[in-house]
Ligand binder design. Structure first.
Ligand code: G4P
Length: 528
């Protein structure tokens, strides 16, 4: 087996999706503990606590180093290399989340057993479904009273439209939680307060028929378990790897992240069954991860890592080949060779200079704004990876400058911050306005704060009469010119120079579409 094939097969690149408070941070921390990446619980939580409130989030983001390390966490486990990509917690950062999901091969869904399927999980699942991303599920907080497990599976099936195949099954819940049964191995893992719940530090019975087990947990608990198992094994499908890989069936685990309970069972199953890096689609062909030549795409940009130098880190997912330190790569959009000097890898314990990276891995490339989201790097071939969307923002504000002499700084700040992808910046063709679009209202606060902090610009955002935007395309150049003339008052350029129609109302947009049937008005722009 070639080194390329071997290294690819070892990789597991995934993200955790959940509604806030379901336990994503806690679970991340436990996974890192198993990977030996952190020594002590608390280090991930500390960061998250500070991220909760907007103001704290901003203060924290100033320590860019921290947020970069937490963006991608790489750790070894059981001979595999796991890349866990962080998705931003706040709903206003959902665009970022969508793009992170383009860079993973599978996802892990965390559900709070008392709350069941929540609104943000539904949204995130929609994105996973669009891409047929395989999903494992962890039903969390079993140490508290929640909905009956069978009802939870029903809810996942009916609300999220994915079949559930339980791999572990709880014995009791809340105060009565006794343990879980592994439905594939038959083993029973007991829940005992204060244990670590590693394989070495758990009480494990070989099967539910072990008489010692009944003595331990009591006859009523066993009777209830047997009844439930009969029901669930009759109704739920057995685990089918093909159905899972196609995104149609989710293996389900029960546990308690904060107690570490049930987590290793999940992790062991995950490394054995979650997919290794998949082939990637480009506009011209499918790229196999086992190809020897390097290729990859940028799915995230983080600006101003070091405010002194205005540098940015572009996060690239390797799709094929091998990256090695200091190598040159072809930046497809500019057509230029770029030296990938000082690229970063993301061992969870620390951020380190990259020595090498393989498909599924993420490297961070320092640059001064030459790299954008959606860009590809290769060893010379022109490849455009598809499916990294740019969403039309839903909220718009006009930037208002308190000190007119700072206009240049403001323009620069807005343009650079929009490179990160969470906001979009428009310059109308007919006016000197600077309009910012965002998917969530919190973004405006964040931008105002960062303009001040990183660019020394005091700006406020005021309402503007734009209700939606569309990227404009037309195959007929003459028609496009005509349209530009007629609609000039509604046209703007986005940060990359692409033409955008700013519609004051939905009706206006509809009329424009009717008047110019040959012009395409697109709600998403794929990064070309
Ligand atoms: P998130 O990243 O998905 O938003 O969730 P996070 O891990 O921060 O967990 C949200 C809350 O749920 C935390 O409580 C966390 O301790 C708690 N939690 C996580 N897993 C379990 C579990 O298995 N059982 C129980 N009972 N609680 C769990 P918090 O009070 O918000 O924070 P903290 O005071 O514990 O730090």
């Amino acid at each position: 087996m070639s080194e390329q094939t071997k290294q690819t097969a070892r990789r597991r690149t995934f993200a955790i999706v959940s509604h806030p408070d379901a336990g994503k941070t806690t679970l991340t921390e436990k996974l890192l503990l198993f990977g030996g990446a952190i020594q002590m619980a608390g280090s991930v939580k500390g960061r998250k606590a500070a991220r909760h409130a907007t103001s704290d989030w901003m203060a924290l983001e100033k320590e860019r180093g921290i947020s970069v390390t937490s963006s991608v966490m790489q750790f070894p486990y059981d001979g595999r290399i796991i890349n866990l990509l962080d998705t931003p917690g706040h709903a206003d950062f959902s665009e970022d989340t969508y793009r992170v999901l383009t860079a993973v091969d599978s996802a892990l869904m965390v559900i709070d057993c008392a709350k069941g399927v929540e609104e943000r999980t539904i949204k995130l699942m929609e994105v996973c479904r669009m891409r047929d991303t395989p999903i494992m599920s962890f039903i969390n907080k079993l140490d508290r009273e929640g909905k009956p497990p069978i009802e939870l599976l029903d809810e996942v099936e009916s609300v999220l439209g994915i079949a559930c195949s339980p791999i572990t099954w709880p014995i009791g819940m809340g105060q009565r939680l006794k343990g879980v049964v592994h439905l594939v191995t038959g083993e029973v893992h007991l829940f005992e307060q204060g244990r670590n719940f590693t394989r070495q530090d758990s009480t494990i019975f070989p099967s539910i028929d072990d008489p010692a087990l009944e003595k331990r947990v009591g006859a009523p608990a066993m009777a209830e378990l047997r009844e439930e198992l009969e029901l669930v094994q009759g109704a739920a499908p057995a685990f089918d790897i093909d159905e899972y890989l196609a995104g149609r069936q989710t293996p389900v685990f029960f546990g308690s992240a904060v107690n570490n309970f049930g987590v290793q069972l999940l992790l062991d199953f995950f490394v054995d069954h979650a997919p290794a890096p998949k082939p990637a689609t480009t506009a011209s062909r499918t790229v196999q991860p086992t190809e020897e030549k390097l290729s990859g795409f940028v799915f995230k940009i983080q600006a101003n890592m070091d405010p002194q130098h205005r540098d940015r880190v572009a996060f690239m997912r390797v799709c094929s080949g091998r990256f090695s330190a200091g190598m040159k790569a072809f930046h497809v959009r500019s057509g230029k060779e770029m030296k990938l000097a000082n690229a970063l890898t993301f061992m969870a314990s620390d951020r380190e200079l990259a020595i090498e990276a393989w498909p599924g891995d993420v490297i961070g490339i320092h640059n001064h704004g030459t790299i954008s989201i959606g860009d590809s790097f290769t060893e010379g071939e022109v490849l455009h990876f598809t499916g990294i969307p740019n969403f039309a923002p839903e909220l718009f504000r006009r930037a208002q400058l308190r000190d007119p002499l700072k206009l240049k700084q403001l323009q620069k700040g807005l343009a650079q911050l929009s490179e990160e992808g969470a906001t979009q910046f428009f310059r109308p063709l007919m006016s000197n306005d600077l309009i910012l679009g965002a998917v969530g209202v919190l973004q405006f606060d964040v931008v105002a704060y960062r303009l001040k902090d990183e660019y020394g610009v005091d700006a406020a955002f005021e309402n503007v009469s734009v209700s939606t935007t569309r990227w404009v395309y037309c195959d007929d150049p003459k028609m496009l010119e005509q349209f530009k003339e007629k609609a000039a008052g509604n046209l703007a350029l986005d940060a990359s120079g692409a033409l955008v129609y700013l519609a004051p109302t939905r009706v206006n947009l509809q009329l424009a579409q009717e008047r110019f049937p040959k012009v395409r008005f697109e709600a998403t722009r794929e990064h070309a």
